[in-house]
Structure formats: C-alpha cells, structure tokens
Design a protein. Structure first.
Length: 222
C-alpha cells in the first residue's frame, strides 16, 4: 500500500486515494483498493504496470470502491459518537438510503444530523424505517380533523413509536394535547354518520323498515 501510494504521488494521480492492499490466500493475487474524489474515470494503466514490475510474480488488480467501503475499511468513530462505526462493526452490505427515510422518522434534515463520516446518508436511517412506516399506518395524518374525549381538534403531530397523537383542540390554540390513538375517532367518518342519521329514510316503500323516520315521499307530498 505504501509503495502504491508513493508511485501514485509520483505519477501525479490527483484525487486518487489508495485505501488498502489485499493479498489472496496463496499470494498469487494482489488487489489495491482505491477511491476517487470525482466521478470522472482515471487512467491507472501506468500505476498498474509499475506495481506489476515491483511484484513480478503476482497478478495485480486495481479496484475502485465507494465512500461507504472506504469508511468501513478505515474504521474509527461514527458521526453519532459510537466508538466503532456500524459499517466496520457488523454491517456486511450497504442498503440504499434515501431522504424519505429521515422524513418518515421525523429526523432533522440538516446535513450534520443525517450524514455519516463517509459523507453519505447514515446507514442507521434504515434500522427503524419499516417500523415507523407500519406505525404511521395506524395513526391519523397531520392536519386531520379528529374527535377526542375532550372534544374536536386537529392533528398537528404524531409519535409513531409510542402510538400517540398530538391534537390541537378547538378553542385552545396554545398547547396541544397528547392522546393515545385508540382514543381518537376520525371526524369525517362521524360527520358522515351524523348526516346519514339526520337524512329521511328511503326504505319505507319497500317495507320492513323500523327506523321510525318519515318517508321522503311523504315529506315531499306534505
């Protein structure tokens, strides 16, 4: 690795970082793992040829790796403060990470909060993502009108991991009240039931109705 880094510097291969060198079990193959600062393809033919001259009885390979792999190899403290980064400690593969995962969990989208030491989105954003998605399916969405034991109000936030909902009650515009999701009922469904119960019955003419309401036809005749 030291020899390869020195030769890369002599060849002025700017932006190329030799991360590590790995032999296979019988020593017949030597792979140099490197990363680049830009996405442009770098010509490393001269570097490979020089390494082949230094190690003539070994097959030389140059393999480009991504920022996450670099962080995994180098190790060190994680951005969250853990002594050993997750990628170095137990992760065997890297899952696709998106901003959506941070939004679903209510995590701040500032770069310092969601970016790892590798400069990419933190791998840990996926750890509890599915649990948050499943929990949110049972909770009302923000700005939804709901009926609570203390009256009607509007949902301003949800706490998925505790199945709680923060509601701003009508008439109290200062502080929200937290309720368990089982104590809430959707306002629109209750409103629909109220309208249905207040409407005249249209089943009198077919017989068998015992609701006690008047027939809409009789109301029209009156």
């Amino acid at each position: 690795m030291i020899n390869c880094r020195a030769r890369a510097s002599e060849l002025q291969l700017e932006g190329v970082k030799i991360v590590t060198a790995e032999y296979n079990y019988d020593g017949s193959r030597l792979a140099f793992l490197f990363s680049t600062e830009s996405e442009d393809k770098v010509d490393l033919k001269s570097l490979k040829r020089d390494m082949q001259n230094i190690y003539p009885n070994t097959h030389i390979e140059l393999r480009q790796i991504g920022p996450r792999d670099v962080a995994k190899i180098i190790g060190g403290m994680g951005a969250c403060g853990i002594e050993t980064r997750c990628c170095s400690q137990f992760l065997t593969e890297f899952s696709p990470i998106s901003i959506k995962m941070a939004k679903e969990q209510g995590i701040s989208l500032t770069p310092e909060e969601i970016t790892g030491m590798c400069g990419r989105l933190r791998c840990c954003l996926i750890y509890e993502y599915e649990q948050y998605v499943e929990a949110r399916k049972q909770l009302p969405k923000r700005n939804k009108r709901v009926v609570t034991p203390k009256g009607e109000g509007k949902v301003i936030d949800v706490l998925p991991m505790s199945n709680k909902v923060m509601v701003l009650l009508d008439g109290d515009e200062r502080y929200p009240t937290t309720f368990d999701h089982t104590d809430l009922q959707p306002w629109d469904e209750l409103e629909a039931l109220r309208r249905k119960s207040a409407a005249p019955c249209d089943r009198h003419d077919s017989g068998g109705c015992t609701c006690g309401k008047s027939s809409p036809r009789k109301n029209n005749n009156n």
